[in-house]
Design a protein around this ligand. Structure first.
Ligand code: FDA
Length: 305
């Protein structure tokens, strides 16, 4: 049953009609548990509250799979506005974005132009930008764009997914770039031809890439809600005397908020990924696919709004 629900939510996450309707009608069905609001003002209030509790943030202006140049340019404009708001309010926040929202599916020229505008604005405010990793079909292109931009900017990082067979090799290759990486299990539905189908194997590969990247001396964000992986990382950094500045934990807004605070109290850095904006539908469906238990929450939300 859980597998059927998972697959249904992954299928729904790619539905263009639902994405359009969701944009028009605003946050619904309990999505506000995972999304900070429609506007930058909502997001700024959420960041202020998280910062006041000792939590750092990475802010994501939601958007993906954009096929129109003007829309991609507008996404970049909005991202720059978010960067300026973070800078002007002096918040402890970085920025995350998806390359398909900046024109990855349109052309290399469009995506690079938008990314250079964003990275230049971010550099002015000393803000770090992370390129999220999307589905496997965009992985190679995303890493090529990252490498190009990493040669020009130091305030850029990206994400690798433990479920992909290729990731160990990517960790080795990105060592040459001293890449700051967020390491995750992976959130998209992928074929067994490119990704480990078993959770157990994904977790094993996850631990391996965390160890490789940390012992290579690179900055590593361990982005997970999984206690076993968090404990593994704590033991690893203690054993190898890895300094606190070389790693951090990350979790998603609305997921395990008590655990987030507990980790801060223990003296570790915890960064919360805070999404906002009207394009919330795909993101929300992926969160439900990860944990169909959240459907009960959604049903309650349907009757509230
Ligand atoms: P796992 O799914 O095994 O969950 C472990 C435990 O965490 C569960 O048993 C449950 O207790 C809790 N939990 C997990 N999900 C929950 C939920 N939705 N609601 C409530 N509890 C939940 N992926 C990607 O492909 N590209 C990317 O760029 C990113 N970026 C990213 C940033 C950050 C900050 C995070 C935390 C995650 C991502 N991800 C991602 C998503 C990631 O790949 C993965 O899908 C989710 O983090 C869920 O996997 P966990 O590691 O949490 O473990």
């Amino acid at each position: 049953m859980e597998k059927i629900l998972r697959n249904s939510f992954m299928f729904l996450s790619r539905n263009k009609m639902m994405t359009k309707l969701a944009k028009r009608y605003g946050l619904r069905f309990g999505a506000s548990r995972f999304v900070a609001g429609d506007t930058i003002d909502h997001a700024i209030n959420v960041i202020k509250e998280l910062n006041s509790k000792g939590l750092d943030v990475t802010l994501d202006y939601l958007g993906e799979f954009i096929e129109d140049v003007q829309e991609a340019n507008e996404m970049a404009d909005n991202c720059i506005k978010a960067i300026e708001a973070i800078g002007n309010h002096r918040l402890q926040s970085q920025v995350s974005l998806k390359l398909t929202s900046m024109g990855l599916d349109i052309s290399e020229e469009v995506v690079l132009q938008n990314m250079r505008r964003i990275l230049t604005a971010a550099k002015r405010h000393q803000i770090f930008v992370t390129i999220d990793m999307e589905d496997y079909s965009r992985c190679e292109k995303t890493l090529e764009i990252f490498k190009t931009l990493r040669r020009e900017y130091t305030n850029i990082g990206t994400v690798l997914q433990a479920y992909l067979y290729r990731t160990v090799k990517d960790i080795e290759e990105l060592n040459e770039y001293n890449a700051s990486l967020r390491l995750v299990k992976g959130a998209y539905k992928e074929s067994h031809k490119v990704a480990f189908p078993e959770k157990k194997t994904v977790d094993k590969n996850y631990m391996q890439i965390i160890k490789m990247h940390l012992l290579n001396g690179n900055f590593t964000a361990v982005a997970t809600h999984d206690d076993a992986i968090i404990q593994y990382t704590k033991t690893l950094v203690k054993t190898h005397r890895i300094p606190l500045e070389q790693f951090e934990f990350q979790m998603l807004y609305g997921i395990r908020p008590e655990k987030q605070l507990e980790i801060v109290k223990e003296g570790y850095k915890m960064r919360v990924y805070v999404p906002y904006g009207t394009d919330w539908y795909g993101y929300f469906m992926r969160r439900l696919a990860e944990r169909p238990a959240n459907v009960a929450f959604v049903l309650k939300g349907m009757f509230r709004k």
